[in-house]
Design a protein around this ligand. Structure first.
Ligand code: BMA
Length: 301
C-alpha cells in the first residue's frame, strides 16, 4: 500500500487565503462536528505567524476562514512569549475539550504553549508548558496510569531528542524522561521531533515524527518517519521505521521558503483505519497524503 500523495497537491496555498499572507503551512488536524478542521499556520507578511482554520466536508477540499482564530497578541499575560509568532499547532481531543500545543516564539526563544477550546471559536490560553528551548509537543488523548502525558523536543546544546513527561492537570509537568534520539549516519542524523498526536491502536500508540539531516553549511532535509509506543508505558518503543515514509521529492516539496522539507503536525484517522496525513512542502503550502493504520503498523515491526 504505502503512502500515496494526493494527485492535486497542494490542497492549500497562500492563494487560498482571502487576505495577504506570506505562506500557509504546518497545520494541526482534527475532526469536529462532521467537519475536518485544519489549524493552519499562516505566516503574515511581517514574518510572524498566527493560526487560521480551514474547513472541509471531505478532508480534501478545504475553505479557509476569513479571519485568524488565534494571534500572538491574543495571549494576554503570556504575550511576551509569543511576540514573534505562534507556530505548528498539534490538536488533541481529551474528554470534551480540544487542546492545542504549539510553539510560542519570542526573544526568549521557542517554547511550548497550551491552549484549550471547546468550539474552535473561543480559545482559552493556558500558557507555556515548557521552558525554552522546546518545540514539537503533542499530548496523549487520554490519561495513562492516572496522568496526562506529553511528548516534546527540548534542545540541549547539540542534542535534539524526544522526551516524555507527565502531569496531573495538564498545567504542571514533571517526571521528565528521555524517549529517543537521532540515529547517527542516517536520514534522521541530527534532529527528531514528534509530528502528530498519538493514535491508540491495539498494538500501541502510533505517532509520526520528523527526522532531519543537515547538509552543506546551513541546509537541512526534513523527512517523516513513524514509531509505535507501548500502550501502558509510552516510554517503551515497540518499533520505529528504519527508512522515511515520506521525503521531499516533488517540486512543491523541494522549492519554497525553506527547500527540501516535508513537515507534518496533523493527521486524521478514519474509523476504517484510513489515514489522512496533512503535511507541508518547503514551508510554503499544505498537502495531503493517504495511507492506512495497518501499513504504518507493518513498518514499525
Ligand atoms: C522546524 C520548525 C518548522 C519548520 C521546519 C522546517 O524547526 O520551525 O516550523 O517547518 O523547521 O523549516
Amino acid at each position: 500500500m504505502g503512502i500515496t500523495r494526493f494527485n492535486q497537491n497542494p490542497i492549500l496555498t497562500k492563494e487560498s487565503i482571502s487576505f495577504k499572507v506570506n505562506s500557509v503551512f504546518n497545520a494541526g488536524a482534527v475532526k469536529f462536528k462532521n467537519e475536518y478542521l485544519l489549524v493552519c499556520r499562516v505566516e503574515m507578511p511581517t514574518g510572524r505567524s498566527s493560526f487560521l482554520i480551514a474547513r472541509s466536508k471531505d478532508g480534501i477540499n478545504f475553505k479557509a476562514d476569513d479571519e485568524l482564530c488565534l494571534t500572538p497578541s491574543d495571549h494576554g499575560v503570556f504575550n511576551k512569549y509569543t511576540e514573534w509568532g505562534i507556530e505548528d499547532a498539534r490538536v488533541t481531543k481529551i474528554g470534551a475539550k480540544y487542546y492545542l500545543t504549539y510553539t510560542g516564539y519570542s526573544k526568549h526563544q521557542p517554547l511550548v504553549v497550551l491552549t484549550e477550546t471547546e468550539d474552535f471559536e473561543k480559545f482559552n490560553v493556558l500558557g507555556p508548558i515548557s521552558e525554552p528551548l522546546n518545540k514539537d509537543c503533542s499530548l496523549f488523548p487520554e490519561q495513562i496510569n492516572g496522568y496526562y502525558w506529553k511528548i516534546d523536543r527540548p534542545s540541549a546544546g547539540s542534542r535534539h531528542d524526544i522526551w516524555i513527561s507527565k502531569s496531573p492537570d495538564l498545567i504542571h509537568w514533571g517526571s521528565f524522561e528521555f524517549l529517543t534520539e537521532p540515529v547517527a549516519g542516517t536520514w534522521e542524523a541530527d534532529k527528531i521531533g514528534i509530528s502528530t498526536q498519538p493514535f491508540k491502536t491495539k498494538e500501541g500508540w502510533l505517532v509520526l515524527y520528523h527526522g532531519v539531516r543537515g547538509y552543506g553549511v546551513s541546509s537541512s532535509l526534513y523527512k517523516l518517519g513513524v514509531m509505535l509506543l507501548d500502550l501502558h508505558n509510552p516510554l517503551k518503543i515497540i518499533g520505529r521505521s528504519a527508512e522515511p515514509i515520506l521525503a521531499p521529492e516533488l517540486d512543491y516539496e523541494r522549492i519554497g521558503d525553506v527547500g527540501n522539507v516535508v513537515f507534518c503536525n496533523g493527521w486524521i484517522i478514519e474509523n476504517n483505519g484510513d489515514v489522512k496525513i496533512y503535511y507541508s512542502g518547503a514551508d510554503t503550502n499544505i498537502c495531503l497524503a493517504t495511507t492506512t493504520v495497518d501499513y504504518l503498523l507493518s513498518i514499525c515491526k
